[in-house]
Design a protein around this ligand. Structure first.
Ligand SMILES: [Zn+2]
Ligand SMILES: [Zn+2]
Length: 166
């Protein structure tokens, strides 16, 4: 579906335009996404690589090796203001995630699933009527996981601290 989605970083030096609707939009509660955003979770829209064009200042990137897959995730950020605009993936070279929070109109995309809910921080909630996955949407071998759907929103309750492996 043809759709234009514009966005950029906090200081405005990096801008982008996507020219197709995203394949999906996720809220990810994994510990990597919590760390990289410094927040409860990371909301990302996934696009085909060639449907997003960047303009303005070049981004810098940081390569992180995933504890789960052992492959690299590349974090792309503005070198002036530090905003994380995008992720790319060694595992899915044709995909680009765009940080939903950097979109000029974040409501132009619709969240399709919450993932890695098993490491969700307390204080947040999982919405009703949407696919919620304990871990990723599929196993590392590509086998689809079965999501849960809640009838009413579910608050994430505090729990004892523990080491997280995801
Ligand atoms: Zn910036
Ligand atoms: Zn994540």
């Amino acid at each position: 579906m043809s759709q234009t989605i514009d966005g950029g970083c906090l200081c405005g030096r990096v801008r982008y335009r996507a020219t197709q609707a995203p394949l999906r939009t996720l809220v990810c509660h994994c510990s990597f996404c919590q760390r990289v955003t410094g927040s409860l979770a990371y909301s990302e829209s996934l696009f085909s690589m060639d449907t997003v064009q960047f303009s303005g200042a070049p981004m810098r990137s940081y390569a992180h090796r995933s504890d789960t897959s052992g492959q690299q995730v590349f974090v792309h950020f503005c070198e002036s203001c530090g905003t994380t605009l995008s992720l790319t993936f060694e595992r899915w070279p044709d995909a680009r995630a765009i940080s939903r929070g950097t979109m000029d109109e974040p409501e132009d995309v619709e969240v399709t699933a919450h993932i890695w809910t098993r490491s969700a921080h307390s204080g947040g909630a999982l919405p009703a009527g949407i696919d919620c996955f304990d871990q990723a949407r599929a196993t590392l071998d590509g086998v689809a996981e079965t999501p849960r759907r809640f009838d009413v929103p579910v608050m994430i309750e505090p729990r004892a601290p523990r080491h997280q492996e995801d």
